[in-house]
Ligand binder design. Structure first.
Ligand SMILES: [Zn+2]
Length: 242
């Protein structure tokens, strides 16, 4: 059942694989939550160091460019902190090391909402596969939220060496889901999402009008059918664990 009903979280930990994922998949929602007072921390597992066709760029240079773009985009959306894990783009595998890293962030920042993707989405539709980094990160996020961050005997050194208490995250929001149960209306934040995406110049280029046109194709059909102007929404699978 699809609903519009949810409570704006106060402390959000967003965990994504690549620099522009949060903006593309949930940029309107992040901007909306920030405007409603949420503190939003973004963790990026990779810095997108393979995302270029420019043969004159080294991966280290690309990483630097993409981290700068990410910081600028995060500022546009009202994200308060960006953490770069700097694992290599395109080389992620499900692992206990990744799960431990996410458990550590959850216990450290104690979010009431974790935002990532749906790990069951291996392909997006008949024409698009999902990038493996997306569902691999999402899979370890899910395992970190439950049960690993909750139970102190998982990664006990986090408690005994760092004093990080176990934490139950009440809400897991998964973008890119093929079975969404929540629609968040983001029309008022579409301009902000566009500005944030425009900061990722290495990916979207300099043509703002073209980007705007591309985003306009994703106007929400149902919402727009009863309005004179295009309406936008982002869809999630929300799991409530409280
Ligand atoms: Zn991505």
């Amino acid at each position: 059942m699809l609903t519009d009903q949810y409570t704006t979280p106060q402390q959000v930990l967003a965990i994504y694989a690549h620099p522009d994922d949060a903006e593309f998949f949930a940029g309107g929602t992040i901007a909306r939550w920030a405007s409603e007072g949420a503190n939003i921390i973004l963790v990026l597992v990779t810095s997108g160091d393979k995302g270029s066709g420019d043969r004159d760029l080294t991966w280290q240079q690309l990483r630097e460019i993409r981290e700068a773009e990410t910081r600028a985009a995060a500022a546009q959306l009202g994200i308060s902190k960006v953490i770069f894990m700097r694992w290599r783009d395109g080389e992620l595998m499900p692992s206990m090391a990744m799960r431990r890293a996410f458990v550590r962030f959850i216990r450290l920042y104690r979010p009431d909402a974790v935002l990532s993707s749906d790990p069951s989405t291996r392909w997006r539709d008949d024409r698009r596969l999902n990038h493996p980094d997306h569902w691999i990160v999402a899979s370890e996020v899910m395992s970190a939220v439950y049960p690993a961050a909750r139970d102190h005997l998982n990664f006990p050194e986090l408690l005994y060496d760092e004093g990080l208490e176990p934490h139950i995250t009440p809400f897991l929001y998964m973008s890119l889901s093929r079975q969404p149960n929540l629609r968040i209306i983001t029309t008022d934040f579409q301009a902000q999402k566009l500005r944030a995406l425009a900061e990722h110049r290495s990916q979207v280029g300099d043509d703002l009008a073209r980007l705007q046109e591309r985003l306009a194709r994703y106007a929400d059909e149902e919402l727009s059918s009863t309005s004179n102007t295009p309406q936008f929404a982002e869809y999630f699978r929300l799991i409530s664990l409280d």
